[in-house]
Design a protein around this ligand. Structure first.
Ligand SMILES: Cc1ncc(COP(=O)(O)O)c(C=O)c1O
Length: 398
């Protein structure tokens, strides 16, 4: 019998996949999809070698915190592995409401909705509220989930230069005053580590009656009092419409949230297709996030350690003359410039036992090919010293 594998010739989509140059390049150089064999905090094992993880988003280092692990284990025993359903139908549980209540209170919002992925939350936070005929003003460097939300909303999009209030002002001034508008920005830019210039951006948005959505996936846990995020960092709680984010970073879980007024969250639950037609956040993931949120408020040492580690790490990179793109947060890019040099740098770090991630154009602007690193509260002094050694070695390779 002929295997189905051999009968696919002539199918244009199979042909496209077979010939795809980007996939061939990825498989040839193999920089992505590395599967670690073991992990404990910032230590991982890859192909039998002990390595330091320097690119996870476990900013506060809580993914192995005993209280987080125990909460996940207890929830699994109490609620099972999954609700196997969407929130609107059979998938809502009291633990969702409990987590949403705690997140809303932490963020100074009336209400919150949690999803099974941050990607869904941020996408839904845009797509559910904007519609055809609206105009969305978007920072050019926002995350892919926000672009997907914009596309699915079918609103018109107007881009402004990255983190540039003057450009936002100019673009907004050129638009018809009566058209409903939305501004979409990140609180902390995941690739660049830049903090959004929220006070100026929001002031301009308000002048133009522009609804604002802040994706704070990388500001949550990192900025503001106890890690309340970028909005709290600037004291802008009263001026922000929606905060969306991820629980796969400082909250050491998976899933995401959208937080806002009660009216907005009720509207999201009526109109957000990704909110309505996707299965609920699983019990153990919700419990881990909730426990991490409690730890953030009761154990300030994690945030203090993160801030100290970031200082040490960025000072070391600067002493080596490496370009960190003016990152102000624990998401620290090392801009190398070209794909070839970035690959050499990334490989040298790997050789020295430091795991990082390469980000190449078009994922970053042309000429900004970079190594994306992220420092964690979990990095020890000894690991920081080994990272410094590896960086010095890699810097000599380019
Ligand atoms: C800015 C930003 N928003 C949203 C997401 C999506 O979050 P998740 O990975 O939890 O789906 C990410 C993930 O990398 C992100 O960086």
């Amino acid at each position: 019998m002929q295997l189905p594998f051999f009968t696919k010739a002539g199918n244009p989509i199979h042909d496209r996949c077979k010939k795809d140059a980007a996939t061939k390049m990825r498989l040839k150089y193999a920089p992505y999809y590395h599967a670690m064999e073991q992990q404990h905090g910032t230590s991982v094992k890859l192909q039998g070698r002990d390595m330091i993880m320097l690119s996870s988003n476990d900013y506060l280092g809580l993914s192995f915190h005993p209280k987080v692990i125990e909460a996940g284990r207890a929830a699994l025993l109490k609620w099972g592995s999954s609700t196997t359903g969407a929130r609107i139908s059979n998938g809502s549980r009291s633990y969702h409401l409990q987590l949403e209540g705690k997140l809303a209170a932490f963020l100074g919002r009336e209400a919150c909705h949690v999803h099974a992925a941050g990607y869904l939350s941020c996408l839904s936070g845009v797509a559910a509220f904007a519609q055809k005929g609206d105009i969305i003003l978007a920072d050019k460097n926002i995350h892919s989930c926000l672009w997907d939300g914009i596309r699915l909303s079918t609103a018109t999009v107007e881009r402004f230069s990255h983190n540039n209030p003057d450009d936002l002002r100019a673009v907004a001034a050129s638009l018809p005053a009566a058209t409903p508008k939305m501004m979409v920005v990140e609180g902390v830019y995941s690739m660049e580590g830049h903090i959004a210039r929220l006070p100026e951006l929001i002031a301009i948005a308000k002048e133009h009656a522009c609804f604002n959505v802040i994706d704070d996936a990388h500001g949550f846990g990192v900025l503001g009092h106890q890690g309340r995020g970028t909005v709290d960092h600037f004291g802008l709680n009263a001026d922000v419409d929606l905060i969306c984010g991820s629980m796969s970073k400082s909250l050491a879980s998976t899933g995401g949230f959208v937080a806002g007024s009660r009216e907005l969250i009720d509207y999201l639950r009526t109109h957000g297709k990704h909110t309505i037609f996707s299965a609920a956040l699983s019990p153990s993931q919700a419990a881990c996030a909730e426990a991490a949120l409690d730890v953030m408020q009761t154990e300030p040492e994690h945030l203090e350690r993160l801030r100290a580690n970031r200082k040490t790490y960025t000072a070391m990179l600067k002493s080596l003359g490496l370009d960190t793109w003016d990152s102000e947060t624990p998401a620290v890019p090392i801009v190398i410039g070209s794909a070839e040099r970035a690959y050499a740098f990334w490989k040298a770090l790997l050789e020295k036992g430091v795991f990082t991630v390469m980000a190449l154009s078009p994922a970053v602007p042309p000429g900004k090919d970079l190594i994306r690193t992220a420092i964690s509260a979990g990095h020890t002094d000894e690991q920081l010293a080994r990272i410094a050694e590896a960086m010095s070695y890699a810097a000599k390779k380019i």
